[in-house]
Design a protein around this ligand. Structure first.
Ligand SMILES: CC(C)(COP(=O)(O)OP(=O)(O)OC[C@H]1O[C@@H](n2cnc3c(N)ncnc32)[C@H](O)[C@@H]1OP(=O)(O)O)[C@@H](O)C(=O)NCCC(=O)NCCS
Length: 135
């Protein structure tokens, strides 16, 4: 991991390539309020620990983070849980962490696992999420 860019209040991390040349293979950025906006690893470079390494690097910068994850995204959930994040079950806490996004919630957090459905502007559709928080 050899490049760190700051764009206003965001941190963007980029993993770069091989001796043949530099190219991005993974990235993540975190807003100044601690919300993880994205983490992604190039499909050809997955399952080698890069996603975990990227998240750990962002934690060195922002120890407090929150992250919405699709329930079926096992790899991202494992990364978060391996690095001290816990799923938020309490609906009141989910609501507080979502802030203005609460207005996009279609079905409220389940009291069983905290998962909820909200409209995703980026995806232009309704999606189910679990909120994770790291204290
Ligand atoms: C989620 C993502 C970033 C993980 O990156 P990665 O480099 O493959 O992850 P790692 O190699 O560090 O693996 C992390 C954990 O997930 C597990 N894992 C990796 N691929 C997996 C898979 N396909 N299914 C289940 N578990 C998987 C690993 O075993 C590891 O867990 P462990 O350390 O407890 O064994 C990557 O799959 C991705 O870019 N997905 C598309 C974008 C996305 O969904 N981003 C997250 C939401 S923003």
């Amino acid at each position: 991991m050899d490049r760190v860019y700051r764009q206003d209040y965001e941190l963007l991390l980029v993993l770069t390539g091989s001796p043949d040349g530099l190219y991005p293979v993974g990235s993540s950025y975190i807003r100044s309020d601690g919300r993880r906006a994205a983490t992604a690893v190039d499909p050809e470079h997955r399952s080698r620990g890069l996603g975990n390494a990227i998240v750990q690097a962002t934690l060195a910068r922002y120890a407090y983070q929150v992250s919405e994850v699709r329930p079926g995204n096992v790899a991202q959930r494992r990364i978060l849980e391996n690095n001290g994040f816990c799923p938020v079950i309490d609906p009141a806490v989910v609501r507080r962490l979502l802030g203005s996004l609460w207005g996009q919630v279609v079905s409220p957090p389940s009291e069983l696992d905290g998962s909820y459905t909200r409209f995703s502007l980026a995806a232009a559709t309704v999606r189910r999420y679990v909120m994770y928080e790291r204290r």
